[in-house]
Design a protein around this ligand. Structure first.
Ligand code: MF3
Ligand code: CO
Length: 272
């Protein structure tokens, strides 16, 4: 979600979910992860993002689910496909993917009313070394953010883990989009920033559900939204990557709802 959403709405308390919520989120998160596995395997040179979107829609229908992004605030598609310098919210279209592109596939499926939201980077054929490195750094940044989740901690633990690591690798953290609480709604409290913000820090308690979805740039953090009202790109046109998991705070730490059943979390160059 956008930082503006956060600024203009009244922020409710982050809801605490019980066992029924955990069960619902395990099923929704797993289905989204299975859907992303299908999309990862279908991402090849010459394939259009429109074709991937159709695959995602059909996957949802075949499994009794619905894509949360479809008609969400007028968004026209079932997934977001964000290529190279696109930071997020790229709209699938009929342009074929090209060898060397990196593409973020972002999918949120609603199953029995629960939302599983996740995204991954896919490689189109063989990608340049610096693009592969950015994706590795961004995945590691997500997983460090996830590892920082514990009851009694707070949201800035997550932001700190991500920012310290990413900036240490001479990359930058996008400020304009953030992670979000979710459950029966798509976007809920708490807001999850991927950097430290002293003026906003929410305590983490067992039963909170939220996404962590850092966007990391090779260049500067500034983004702009194109005239379609959705597509966000880096202002300096540097490459951008993103990974996203839906997680819960548990009594002892963290549970990831969107683990890939096939272990297809990270893309790899052929032969690497
Ligand atoms: N994971 C993104 C988010 O939570 C996906 C947004 S879908 C869109 O903000 F419909 F808003 F584009
Ligand atoms: Co999200």
């Amino acid at each position: 979600m956008t930082q503006q959403d956060q600024a203009t709405r009244r922020v409710p308390q982050a809801p605490i979910h019980g066992p029924e919520g955990f069960e619902g989120m395990r099923r929704a998160g797993r289905l989204t992860a299975e859907g992303l596995d299908v999309l990862m395997e279908a991402t090849q040179p010459g394939v259009t993002t429109e074709a991937l979107d159709k695959l995602a829609y059909e996957f949802a229908m075949d499994h009794g689910a619905y894509p949360a992004s479809l008609l969400y605030r007028g968004y026209p598609k079932s997934i977001c496909t964000s290529i190279n310098h696109v930071v997020c919210h790229g709209i699938p279209n009929d342009k074929p993917l090209r060898e060397g592109d990196i593409v973020n596939l972002d999918m949120c499926l609603i199953l029995d009313g629960w939302h599983g939201d996740s995204s991954r980077m896919a490689f189109v054929g063989e990608v340049p070394r610096k693009a592969a490195r950015l994706c590795e750094i961004t995945y590691e940044a997500l997983m460090r953010g996830v590892a920082a989740v514990k009851p009694g901690g707070s949201t800035n633990d997550i932001g700190r883990a991500i920012q310290t690591y990413a900036e240490g690798e001479r990359c930058s953290v996008v400020r304009d989009f953030c992670g979000h609480g979710l459950g029966r709604s798509y976007h809920d409290a708490p807001t999850i920033l991927h950097y430290v913000e002293a003026s906003y820090d929410v305590s983490l308690r067992p039963g909170q559900f939220f996404t962590i979805e850092p966007m990391i740039n090779l260049g500067r953090p500034a983004v702009k939204v194109l005239s379609d009202g959705w597509t966000a790109v880096t202002r300096d046109r540097s490459l951008s990557a993103q990974f996203e998991h839906t997680v819960a705070v548990t009594e002892t730490g963290v549970e990831i709802f969107t683990v890939s059943p096939k272990g297809l979390h990270q893309p790899a160059n052929p032969g690497a």
